[in-house]
Design a protein around this ligand. Sequence first.
Ligand code: CP
Length: 302
Amino acid sequence: MKNRSLVSITDYNKDEMLQILDLAGEFEKNPRQDLLHGSVVATLFFEPSTRTRLSFESAVNRLGGSVIGFSDSSSSSVSKGETLKDTILTVSNYSDLIVMRHPLEGSAKYASEVSPVPIINAGDGAHQHPTQTLLDMYSIRKTQGRLDNLRICMVGDLKYGRTVHSLLIAMIHFNPVFVFIAPEELKMPDEYKLLLDKNGIEYHEYKDIGDNMDDADIIYMTRVQRERFSDPLEYEKVKNVYILRNAMLGNTKPNVKVLHPLPRVNEINYDVDANPKAYYFEQALNGVFTRMAIISKILGVK
Ligand code: CP
């Protein structure tokens, strides 16, 4: 993993993913370790973020490193027309590692091809969000005690939601059963279902929640990704298609956890928050430990 970019979750094999999760567990037990003294990490966010950017920055700070970057590209020379390539080449002069979020699918791959320092993809359009996947896996293993043979129910925007795409690919290593609940307009794209078919992974598709999440070990809720719709009217049609309410968890398994990459809009009612099955804020905390592990591996300090 040392000096390698993390653009797609497929950049890590099963053993490497498990190494990250194990190291994240060590950081959870002992989060203050001065391993990055003198190192600089750049965070370049061309799209809004709360959790990803701040948990990366928290991770670097907890490891004793320094952070530079921008949270809004309008404050950078991108607003004067500077290209992504020139931005990356410039920032790589100032940093040992670049964490980048960008609206264009493939932008992280392109950045990794031109950058002399490793790139971590913090989300590229509707494509992938690999560090979210590793923190999701960490959360799943921590709450279920294992990753193998789980029933994972994904609900909401399965078309544009990059977190479900990355998670699906990663969990193929662990023989899950997937349950996809989405309206016709936001169904899981065929390319991902073909991947499941190729790997002999069972999946089921439904349009309604009904009792379809009652057997799940993980309920992974997602936000309808307004920013990916070209037609605002199409967004209006589906924006509140599923709202998880506390009463709907009554028949679910005792071990089930509700995950959500966040931010939520309306898809999880606030009455779910006090239910012990709700895990999304702990999930966001796990992002710090997981990102500490990813950075440490890439910079070769662990
Ligand atoms: N989960 C996630 O990517 O959240 P942010 O958009 O706040 O970074």
